[in-house]
Design a protein. Structure first.
Length: 189
């Protein structure tokens, strides 16, 4: 009995894509988690101008290729993994659920957190803002609350991807060497 060699590269590619989707989603979930449990609480202890300045600095540097590779990569790899497994009843539902959950987090980031960041940038130089407390009030609580939601969504998407990975077939069915070759008589097939 031998495993079909023709399907091995496809199986390996599917597993690599699914693993990449889980890793990149985990990196994004971790980024948002760190903001929720460390960055925002630490900045909450700071004065208004410091919070505004630090968040503006973070917003300036986070738009880099490393972050974008994970942020967009998680979405793209999950789409590809869902497409690759579209005929696999075990992981298919989990992959589509992961895609839906991550897509909500992606849209939340684009539709809520990024506009709040842009509003903070439009407030001007922290040293020159006339009422930094008002700027902070419009930003901090809303940004932190929606960040916590997207951290939970990304964590859930990662868990769904891991479940799909567990359900992905590890081995292809065995094919008889007799049936896979021309060794046997065609009449007996």
């Amino acid at each position: 009995m031998a495993t079909s060699q023709a399907h091995r590269p496809n199986r390996t590619l599917r597993r690599l894509v699914l693993g990449g989707a889980a890793v990149t989603t985990g990196l994004v979930a971790g980024t948002f988690y760190v903001f929720s449990c460390a960055v925002m609480p630490a900045l909450g202890r700071s004065d208004d101008r410091t919070l505004i300045e630090v968040m503006r600095n973070i917003n300036d540097v986070i738009g880099n290729p490393v972050f974008f590779a994970a942020f967009f990569g998680a979405l793209i790899l999950t789409v590809v993994a869902a497409w690759q497994q579209r005929r696999s009843p075990g992981p298919r539902g989990w992959l589509f659920a992961a895609l839906a959950v991550y897509a909500v987090a992606f849209l939340l980031t684009s539709g809520v957190n990024v506009p709040l960041n842009d509003e903070l940038a439009r407030a001007g130089s922290p040293a020159r803002i006339a009422d930094p407390a008002a700027v902070r009030d419009r930003f901090e609580d809303a940004w932190a609350a929606w960040n916590a939601v997207r951290a939970l969504l990304c964590t859930a998407a990662m868990a769904l991807l891991l479940r799909a990975s567990y359900l992905t077939p590890r081995h292809l069915p065995q094919v008889s060497a007799y049936l896979a070759s021309d060794a046997g008589s065609r009449a007996s097939r």
